[in-house]
Design a protein around this ligand. Structure first.
Ligand code: PBG
Length: 314
């Protein structure tokens, strides 16, 4: 039994907030143990001048943490579920999927304008292909500006570049206490979130039963089930965190509803379907929905998007 538990985290403000949340929840449940957070830089934190889609790696924000798990430097690693690839390395598991925040994206804009009211050709900052394409689908006139960096950097660039608006995940803004900056919760009809957005996942080594027992306290069953459907959907489509896929699943009682979308990088072609079924079959529902989209031509769209990554620079 370990008394000193080491929690690995990326060292961005948001990641540290998330790791502290996990540490505090565990400390309450296990007052006799001590929890310590170890900040670890990942490749995604180090490369800041290249669009994420161009780096294109799966596990960009997770690999170094997983290496630390496997070599025993840390007992658990806290991730944003959306950064965690669907296929985990051999020997690692997700010990807890924590209760999800509101999973959607938000608009932060000058003059408190909603998406519909932004002026023609307004400049909107985002670093995500998913947000870019869906927003362009809704408003083809918008100029999407690629901005990278952690939340504070993006908020700073919003001012420095005099952008008209910025699109970010609600969960990150809320956790860092910037909620009052939000001008609009962007409706799911316009923009579906990234798979797993809004939830924290805690990873551990498969053989570590002591840590697994501890993490069971943090697991939130409805969030885990909803996200399992989304991840199965993405896995069937072979999407990584930077492919143009959006999904949102909710569990209500016994039933799970999953909506998924696949689109080209410019937001011209967009497929979107929903499926409802027993929550017990979360993964099968995710796979089935992916196959519905495949029947409607999803593979061609994704293939083209992957080919375009190489010459995609704005
Ligand atoms: N891409 C970075 C990232 N990873 C997770 C979140 C938000 C928090 C979450 O999804 O739990 C963010 C910020 C954002 O996308 O605006």
């Amino acid at each position: 039994m370990v008394n000193q538990v080491i929690i690995g985290s990326r060292d961005s403000d948001l990641a540290m907030w998330q790791a502290s949340w996990v540490a505090e929840a565990l400390q309450q449940a296990y007052p006799d143990r001590s929890f310590q957070i170890k900040g670890i830089k990942t490749k995604g934190d180090n490369i800041l001048d290249v669009a994420l889609a161009k780096i294109g790696d799966k596990g960009l924000f997770t690999k170094e943490l997983e290496a630390a798990l496997l070599n025993g430097t840390i007992h658990m690693a806290v991730h944003s579920m959306k950064d965690l690839p669907t296929q985990l390395p051999e020997g690692l598991d997700i010990g807890a999927v924590c209760e999800r925040e509101y999973p959607g994206d938000v608009l932060i804009s000058r003059n408190n304008l909603q998406l519909a009211d932004l002026k023609k050709g307004a400049r909107v900052g985002t670093s995500s292909l998913r947000r870019r394409a869906q927003l362009l689908h809704y408003r083809p006139d918008l100029q999407m500006v690629d901005i990278r960096g952690n939340l504070n950097t993006r908020l700073r660039k919003f001012k420095e570049l005099e952008l008209d608006a910025l699109v970010l995940a609600y969960a990150g803004i809320k956790r860092l206490g910037f909620e009052e900056l939000i001008t609009q919760l962007i409706p799911f009809d316009i923009c579906l979130p990234a798979v797993g957005q809004g939830s924290l996942g805690v990873e551990l080594t498969s053989t570590d039963t002591a840590t697994r027992a501890m993490l069971a306290h943090l697991d939130h069953r409805p969030s885990r089930t909803a996200i399992a459907a989304e991840r199965a959907f993405m896995q069937r489509l072979e999407g990584g965190c930077q492919v143009p896929i959006g999904a949102y699943s909710q569990v209500e009682g016994e039933l799970l509803t999953l909506t998924g979308t696949v689109f080209d990088l410019h937001g011209q072609t967009m497929l979107r379907h929903s499926i409802t079924g027993s929550a017990v079959n979360a993964k099968q529902l995710g796979i089935r929905l992916a196959e519905v989209l495949i029947d409607h031509g999803a593979e061609k769209i994704l293939h083209q998007a992957r080919q375009e990554f190489g010459r995609y620079d704005k």
